[in-house]
Design a protein around this ligand. Structure first.
Ligand code: PMP
Length: 412
């Protein structure tokens, strides 16, 4: 028996997972010689395709001169250059870049920055508003701001309370009204949200006007807006950032998954001058006391810089537009099939729900669909009865057909 304890994996019932021996472009190759289309971009991290050559080359070159360097009191060119580029590409006003190594840490850092900000301002605000069904990570803090349920019931006693807004229905007035009522209290430190697409919560999507409306309420009542762009960033929703669709800038923004194109782990939390300045003082108690051993890993920063160059040097927007259109054509076809409902899409992410009687994440439908997709040579991971295709941007029409045909041929 393997010594590996896998995440989100039931060792008692699931067979030993296939071993992947090679990755390339949109595909994974197994030890027994099968090719699998990576229809979920390996947990949404792979944007430009597996082992994108320029990113891999940048990693090779970086290892010629650097490896991990303690980031407290020292710096290095990959971190400096990357920070400059991120500030240039991020929504306006996000002028400071704090590095970490996973999406969860990027969110933890964002929450700590927000709370730190209000404390240093001498204001007692500490409440956090969230949208129901959100997911921000699996640490205690990020679980607290995410949806509660079977995943985290055991840890409930340690989680902190938050104010939950209903998911936007239609034009989202329900969410805006609920938030305005809370924000008026003057107690609200921050609103944290996944802009436009609630990923792990079931690929639930809402209009950009709701995001813009929430920003306005934050402005009216001086509530910080934290955008968790961990999944939506780097083009996923059809623009570089999901926030770009609404023309808004958050006060704090988290990025991770696509930051290195999915080759090595890295995360960053970007903050506005207002947040940074509150921590920048001769009073040393205001120092931002957060770190992790691998902060700003130079190899990862070099990979991210190469990833950023792809946005600067290649026609990424037209690629996203094409992929969006390729996805909508296939989604429309399946939407006409009455076994499915709620077709939805933001850019490169397309989802719909299989009509089932035994709903819920733990229902048997999900694993049965997954097994069927694997047989068809496609890696897809339904969220309960929600099926979604979230491919690397290098997929061809044929690749996408393989994925969508696999979904269409599932016999519920
Ligand atoms: N935020 C969002 C929106 C995510 O989708 C995820 C991961 N699925 C995370 C945070 C956590 O990122 P990580 O798994 O890298 O800790």
């Amino acid at each position: 028996m393997s010594a590996v304890w896998h995440p989100f994996f039931q060792h008692a019932t699931e067979p030993q997972p296939p071993q992947i021996t090679r990755t390339e472009g949109a595909y994974l190759e197994t030890a027994d010689g099968r090719r699998l289309l990576d229809g979920v971009s390996s947990w949404w991290v792979v944007t430009h395709g597996h082992r994108q050559p320029q990113i891999v080359q940048a990693i090779r070159e970086a290892t010629e001169s650097l490896d991990q360097v303690i980031f407290a009191g020292l710096t290095h060119a990959p971190a400096e250059e990357l920070a400059t580029e991120l500030v240039g590409m991020a929504p306006a006003g996000l002028d400071h870049v704090f590095y970490s190594d996973s999406g969860s840490t990027a969110v933890e850092v964002a929450l700590k920055m927000a709370l730190g900000y209000w404390r240093h301002e001498g204001d007692g605000r500490h409440r956090i508003a969230v949208i129901e069904d959100s997911y921000h990570g699996d640490t205690i803090g990020t679980m607290s701001v995410g949806e509660r349920g079977v995943f985290n019931a055991a840890y409930d006693p340690l989680m902190f309370a938050v104010d939950r807004l209903p998911f936007p229905a239609g034009d989202g007035q329900n969410t805006l009204d609920a938030f305005e009522a809370l924000a008026k209290s003057g107690q609200m430190a921050a609103l944290i949200l996944e802009p436009l697409v609630l990923g792990a919560g079931g690929m639930r999507m809402y209009p950009a006007t709701v995001l813009a409306g929430l920003r306005q309420i934050c402005d009216r009542h001086d509530v910080l807006l934290i955008a968790d762009e961990v999944m939506t960033g780097w083009g996923r929703t059809g623009r570089l950032w999901a926030c770009d669709h609404a023309g808004i800038a958050p006060d704090i923004m988290c990025t991770s998954k696509g930051l290195t194109g999915g080759v090595v782990p890295l995360a960053a939390t970007l903050a506005s001058g207002r947040i940074f300045d509150a921590h920048c003082s001769t009073d040393r108690t205001r120092t931002f006391y957060h770190s992790s051993s691998y902060t700003a890993n130079p190899i990862a920063c070099a990979a991210a810089l190469a990833q950023v160059r792809l946005w600067q040097d290649s026609p990424m927007q037209s690629r996203l537009d094409d992929l969006g259109a390729m996805q909508s054509a296939r989604l429309a076809r399946l939407a006409a099939d009455d076994r499915f409902e709620n077709p939805r899409q933001w850019g490169t992410v397309a989802a719909l729900d299989l009509k089932v009687r035994d709903g819920g994440y733990l229902a048997e439908t999900g694993p049965r669909m997954r097994a069927h997709f694997m047989e068809k040579g496609v890696l897809l991971r339904p969220l309960g009865n929600t099926v979604y295709v979230l491919p690397p941007y290098c997929v061809t029409e044929e690749d996408l057909d393989l994925a969508w045909d696999a979904i269409a041929s599932f016999q519920g």
